[in-house]
Design a protein around this ligand. Structure first.
Ligand code: 73E
Length: 817
């Protein structure tokens, strides 16, 4: 007997079908006969929203009226992915939807496919925010996700005929979007620029211009919790259609300029992951969404009160700053408290520091945001004053804690130089209660290196919350076959809200019959993916080869170069006859990655991968043993298809550079084995799944540091390993550029003379471990046993556990009563 705990549908199939008909008629204005799959998609989404409405109201009412502190997750990115199936799953209506749609003569998959993916994030950080709101709702915790409804999400990636990345605008709102409810009546005013004057001994900010922040609300239904939280994404609108003054002077085109400029604020997501550009518009975006969110929270929690007691704010809500992007919220809350509600500095600071917490997501120094004070002063003159004052108070406080003057100098929030800068990570650390990293190793390095002075003087502020991913989207929706097998193995489907239960699968790894079923699931998923890749990209994947995936942003530290060089080395070995093609394990390597548009070496790496694919896939000497595919425009949808079909996952960043990684968790949970370095969450994944079930290679953080210290000379490694030499020579000699030796010259020069992330130093270890991997893969039962043990022991990496950690260690709140 299988125990079923999945949520019960609030609606019958017949009611669902009636709902669709009604929405088609009054919403879309079409008959079922006229309707397209896109119409049925919109209508179905509205039916789902209809049935979630009461739970949404109740969650909000209980949040405002009850005593449970809410969570405000402030994030510049929410990479939510497609909504319909996720909402159906969480609300328990999957079957009713399928049957209702079929009864109207439509194919459910085609209807679901009509949804356009909202791509409002760059990568892991944005996807994490989306997983976290899912888990907050599923745990029944009252919460808001606050962010920006960009009109253009992350660019759509195409490849040109040379294999180079081309960025195309991603205008995802071109079609009707039924999930976001635009709430014009609850808009907020956000102001910029101008000057600060003194009036009656008080500072008064006289801004130069304002925009209207219009909330667009997305329901976030919890899985089987009966709760629906809110993702509130702000859209920038102009107040004045026309500047009347200018218009009256009949300068018609100039008159609409302010409108265009105001609306630019939420127009586009910056496509840089981990390399912020310090652009004025980005600061405008950051202030825009946090200022609107703070006003919104006061509106929601102190309704109709002109003189609210804001000393209770930290009991009503706790704000989590998702990286430094929303940190301008700290001086903004100070400003609101002091200038608008008349609190004194000390009281305002007490409220502010109790309300904010900060998650750091990086170790790369270039990713820690630093803003020129001048720029802040221009856009937010009052905030600059407040930041300077925070800095002064902070330096005073430090004097009471240490006599080390250099340390105090190093800890300045505002640097002491001709053109001072504001260090947002320091502001966040000083202005909040807790600072956390996103994996054990990362949190340790934050304390030891990046924020060392702070952790010396404020050790209690620092903690770790290892990232997690939602099992609803990334197991249940992405991998229904595996989900059914897990439920069969455990005798219950309860694991979907208590993922540590996967541990119960561990004994089944000894049961060959179960392992074979598990292997059959993977095989079927590979066949599905091959069909999908054929349909979407025209690729011909052979599901009887090992599927080896590397999907993540293209970045030097992630070392796609290492993967492609090892692959080229294998190709070179076959071409030179060192290795007989008949002995090669058939393997399909799949890359998915976007590069920041201005990132020269990353873009060249993309071009190289595409051209290696072209050459290798078409070389008859290879006899189809090696295939390389690079599906363009990697996104959440592609991840959901590819992860369940992957045998081997690559997490090969230089140790000490990947803060956590979350793809690694999704792969382990879907029964892929990982080849990886001791970096980010790999460390914890390996600890849990067992060293014998993880392919570890490469230098450790300490070895990397020692090598930097001693002086790193990549050419030494090139000379030492003939496989590496052959691979780099092949890139240099034009094999992958139709004989042109210049195409990849900058990349080759970088490898041989700089190689900042030590790809060459780890190359030999990487190739050696691939030998072990191939030996194991030739034994399918053993391979799948290990893969199953990965699933059984990865339950810890649920975002439900991560959110529970935030609740216990940082937020000190919990579910609504
Ligand atoms: O290691 C990942 C981590 O798993 C890290 O690189 C990523 O965040 C993930 C979730 O914790 C990340 N993204 C950014 N910084 N760290 C970032 C920075 C600026 C803009 C956009 C994204």
């Amino acid at each position: 007997m299988t125990e079923i705990t999945a949520p019960k549908s609030p609606v019958t199939t017949a009611e669902f079908a009636d709902g669709i008909r009604e929405q088609l008629k009054y919403g879309q204005g079409v008959t079922p006969e006229q309707a397209t799959p896109a119409d049925v998609y919109v209508a179905s989404s509205l039916v789902v929203r209809h049935y979630l409405q009461d739970a949404w109201f109740k969650t909000q009412q209980d949040m405002v009226n009850g005593k449970t502190k809410a969570v405000g997750y402030l994030s510049a990115e929410f990479l939510i992915g497609k909504q319909l199936r996720n909402a159906l799953l969480n609300a328990g209506m999957l079957d009713q939807f399928d049957e209702a749609v079929e009864s109207l003569g439509f194919d459910p998959q085609t209807v679901v496919d009509a949804e356009y993916e909202p791509a409002l994030g760059n990568g892991g950080l944005g996807r994490l925010a989306a997983c976290y709101v899912d888990s907050l709702a599923s745990l029944g915790v009252p919460a808001f996700g606050y962010g920006i409804q960009y009109r253009y999400g992350i660019f759509r990636q195409e490849f040109d005929s040379e294999g180079r990345q081309v960025e195309k605008p991603e205008y995802w709102l071109a079609n009707e979007e039924p999930w976001g409810h635009v709430d014009y009546n609850r808009s907020q005013k956000v102001s910029f620029g101008g000057t600060v004057v003194e009036e009656n001994g008080r500072k008064v900010w006289k801004p130069a211009w304002s925009v209207r922040a219009v909330p667009v609300d997305y329901m976030v239904p919890g899985y089987a919790s009966g709760r629906v939280d809110t993702l509130r994404l702000w859209s920038a609108r102009s107040y004045d259609e026309f500047d009347l003054l200018t218009f009256n002077k009949s300068e018609y085109l100039d008159a609409v300029k302010p409108k265009v400029e105001a609306e630019n604020i939420s127009k586009i997501l910056y496509p840089e992951d981990s390399t912020p550009q310090g652009k004025r518009l980005r600061l405008e975006q950051q202030y825009f969404f946090v200022a609107a969110s703070i006003q919104d929270v006061i509106r929601v929690f102190y309704p109709g009160q002109s003189n609210p007691d804001l000393t209770t704010l930290p009991d009503k809500i706790t704000f989590q700053l998702n990286d430094t992007h929303p940190v301008i919220g700290i001086p903004e809350l100070m400003r609101v408290l002091i200038d608008e509600y008349g609190y004194d500095w000390a009281t305002a600071w007490d409220i502010t520091t109790k309300t904010f917490n900060y998650t750091c997501h990086t170790l790369l120094p270039e990713a820690l945001e630093v803003w020129p004070a001048d720029l802040i002063g221009e856009l937010l003159p009052r905030h600059l004053e407040i930041i300077n004052e925070i800095n002064d108070h902070f330096l005073e406080e430090l004097k009471g804690k240490t006599r080390d003057k250099e340390k105090i100098e190093r800890m300045r929030i505002v640097t002491n130089e001709e053109n001072p800068k504001v260090r947002m990570a320091y502001l966040a650390t000083a202005g909040g209660s807790h600072v956390n990293g996103v994996a054990e190793l990362h949190s340790q390095l934050l304390k030891d290196v990046t924020l060392r002075d702070f952790s010396d003087l404020y050790p209690d502020k620092f903690t770790n919350v290892t990232n997690g991913v939602t099992p609803r989207r990334f197991i249940r929706l992405a991998n229904p076959r595996l989900s059914n097998l897990i439920t069969e193995g455990l005798g219950t489907d309860k694991w979907l809200s208590d993922l540590e239960m996967l541990k119960g699968l561990e004994p089944l790894a000894k049961d060959d019959e179960f392992v074979k079923k598990f292997a059959a699931v993977k095989q079927a998923n590979k066949e599905d993916f091959a069909a999908y890749a054929k349909r979407e990209y025209g690729f011909e994947l052979d599901p009887n080869t090992m599927f080896n995936s590397m999907i993540k942003r293209l970045h030097e530290y992630k070392r796609q170069s290492l993967k492609i060089l090892a692959l080229i080395a294998k190709y070179a070995d076959i071409k030179s006859g060192k290795v007989s093609v008949d002995d090669v394990l058939p393997r399909t390597v799949i890359f998915g990655a976007k590069s920041a548009p201005g990132y020269y070496l990353a873009k060249m790496t993309i071009q190289l991968i595409n051209n290696v694919a072209r050459v290798v896939n078409n070389d008859p000497d290879i006899k189809g043993k090696l295939h390389v595919y690079y599906p363009w425009n990697y996104n959440v949808r592609l991840a959901q298809h590819l992860i369940p079909a992957t045998d081997l996952d690559e997490q090969i960043s230089q140790a000490g550079k990947e803060a956590s990684g979350t793809g690694n968790m999704k792969f382990a949970l879907n029964g892929a084995l990982t080849v990886g370095t001791l970096d980010g969450a790999n460390v914890e994944i390996r600890e849990r799944v067992g060293a014998e079930n993880f392919f570890l290679f490469g230098m450790t953080v300490d070895e990397v540091d020692a090598l930097y210290a001693q002086g790193y000379h990549p050419a030494v490694y090139y000379e030492r390993d003939p496989r590496l030499k052959a691979a780099i020579d092949m890139v240099a000699d034009g094999t992958f550029s139709n004989g042109d030796r210049n195409t990849y010259a900058p990349l080759v020069a970088d490898w041989l003379t700089k190689d900042w992330f030590m790809t060459l130093a780890d190359f030999t270890a990487y190739c050696d471990i691939q030998g072990e991997i191939e030996a194991l893969y030739r034994d399918p039962l053993e391979w799948n046993r290990k893969a199953l043990l990965n699933v059984a022991n990865s339950g810890y990496f649920s975002s439900d556990r991560a959110i529970q950690d935030y609740l216990d260690k940082i937020w000190h709140t919990g579910p609504l009563a």
